[in-house]
Design a protein around this ligand. Structure first.
Ligand code: SF4
Length: 490
């Protein structure tokens, strides 16, 4: 008998038949989830647990994913007990398709089926497919589902402190009719995917755009091993749409230099093709003038912030960016050695009040504040809107911001940027010995993960090590801007 088709295998099969086959027979070929991916899974679990409290008194079925029969039996027992108002992780099997339902809530004449997502957007196709397959299984078993829908986070909810108001923290998107309409489609897909599972050999499928939609496939390293590495593939073309990639693919174009001269590209894309073809950086005649259009002294500023799905501090919303750290390099004159200031909140309390005080004490009243992207502006504006005592001062800081990113985007391109204007790509292209690779923390998402670890850590030595790593990472971000601007001016 072919292996059971679980809901996650069903979703894998929708993305790629080989992914499904691998899930069933060659799971060890998958690249283990990165720390960042694991952090996203953990957020999903925490949100799921919190959502359960919206149906209090419910009972968790439990059991490991492979313990299907006991989970199914326990689900049935709980359904038969009218004193149980809701079942968490209810287990069902029909047509050799096994699903776990996040929340199955008892209603007067049947059940309500709820799929919980940590997203704020319930309309995603992949979520509706996920829900439809669960609904189909319950229909096959004759479970009277009166309503089915997706529960997502409502990012307009302002957390007042204390317990969450779960009716406001979450938003329910009803999709019963959609599930009913999808029944024939699910039945066809179930049959097709059972067919894939019955194959003795893996289906012959090559890598392509489907490997990243809707999710990055964990088998990509395996499937792409041995493929020739292209120098400057068309995927390195800045903001090339999927349609554009497919169009170029249909023309047989695989690398940027091969894009025909008469092929329609945006201005930035044309520059990229030019720089890649010549192997030389491209720069506009206005680059120097733009870089010099600053007011001295220069303040190079970078925030690190986290965006918890479940708000931690009173007055904040789900996924609101909460800055917990900044680095500031101050350069008093051209070519002068920068003076460094920093702030890192080392407690579990709201970092913002102390961060604001610290920033305002060193940021001065005049001089351009150099940033890289619009992120610092958004953070400052949010702080200004929430801390009325400092509103004017923070708005004055925001008014001095000077963004280096659009200057580079519009006036400079180096072939080694490889289509990315991220400072992590730009700095090493200009100054190969500079970068983040020697640091313990090398990216913004890792910084957030390590910050969460650090503030919860009880061992002082580990805490200090993590905080030092965070300081080194953030300091490098602002020093990178100092060096980048100077390198572009030489
Ligand atoms: S990497 Fe691509 S081709 Fe390979 S299993 Fe995943 S989706 Fe399929």
């Amino acid at each position: 008998m072919p292996p059971t088709l679980s809901k996650s295998r069903f979703m894998s099969g929708l993305q790629c038949e080989l992914k499904l086959w691998n899930d069933a027979y060659q799971r060890d070929l998958a690249t283990p989830p990165s720390v960042q991916q694991q952090a996203i899974f953990d957020v999903g679990s925490a949100v799921g647990k919190t959502a359960q409290q919206r149906w209090p008194g419910g009972v968790e079925v439990g059991y490991k994913p492979w313990q299907r029969q006991p989970a199914i039996a326990k689900t049935q027992k709980l359904m038969d007990d009218p004193a149980v108002p809701a079942i968490y992780e209810a287990a069902f099997l029909a047509h050799n398709l096994y699903v776990r339902v996040d929340i199955l809530a008892r209603v007067p004449d049947g059940w309500e089926l709820i799929e919980v997502k940590s997203s704020t957007r319930p309309e995603k196709e992949v979520f509706l497919q996920d829900l439809s397959v669960q609904y189909w299984v319950l229909q096959q078993l004759g479970v009277p589902v009166r309503q089915a829908g997706i529960l997502v986070i409502d990012n307009t909810y302002v957390y007042p402190g204390g317990d969450y108001d779960l009716s406001q923290l979450f938003r329910f998107h009803e999709a019963t009719e959609h599930c009913q309409e999808q029944a024939d489609w699910v039945a066809r897909e179930v049959e097709r995917l059972h067919g894939v599972l019955a194959l003795e050999d893996p289906p012959d499928i090559s890598v392509g755009d489907h490997c990243f939609r809707p999710y990055d496939c964990p088998y990509y390293d395996h499937c792409s091993a041995g493929l020739p590495k292209l120098e400057h593939p068309i995927s390195d073309l800045y903001r090339l749409s999927l349609a554009g990639r497919q169009k170029l693919g249909a023309l047989g174009v695989k690398t940027i230099p091969d894009i025909p001269d008469d092929y329609p590209l945006t201005e930035i894309q044309s520059r990229i093709r030019e720089a890649v073809r010549t192997g030389q950086p491209w720069q506009s005649p206005e680059l120097r003038e733009k870089l010099e259009a600053v007011q001295w002294p220069l303040y190079y500023l970078d925030f690190e912030a986290w965006s918890p799905a479940l708000p931690r501090y009173a007055g904040t919303r789900p996924y609101q960016a909460i800055p917990f750290q900044y680095s500031l390099h101050i350069q008093h004159e051209p070519g002068g050695a920068p003076e460094h200031h920093e702030f890192l909140h080392e407690e579990t309390t709201d970092p913002r009040p102390e961060l604001i005080e610290a920033l305002l004490s060193v940021i001065g009243e005049s001089g351009s504040i150099i940033v890289y992207s619009g992120y610092e502006r958004r953070v400052l504006q949010e702080l200004a809107s929430q801390f009325s005592d400092h509103e004017l001062a923070l708005q004055a800081v925001a008014a001095r911001l000077w963004d280096l990113l659009p200057i580079i985007q519009q006036h400079y391109y180096h072939p080694d940027f490889r289509g990315s204007f991220s400072i992590k790509s730009v700095l090493p292209a200009l100054l190969p010995r500079e970068g983040w690779s020697e640091l313990d923390i090398t990216g913004g998402m890792s910084a957030v993960i390590e910050y969460e670890r650090a503030i919860m850590e009880r061992d002082d030595a580990i805490r200090d090590h993590l905080f030092d790593a965070l300081r080194a990472y953030c300091a490098q971000d602002t020093l990178a801007m100092v060096k980048l601007r100077e390198a572009l001016l030489t």
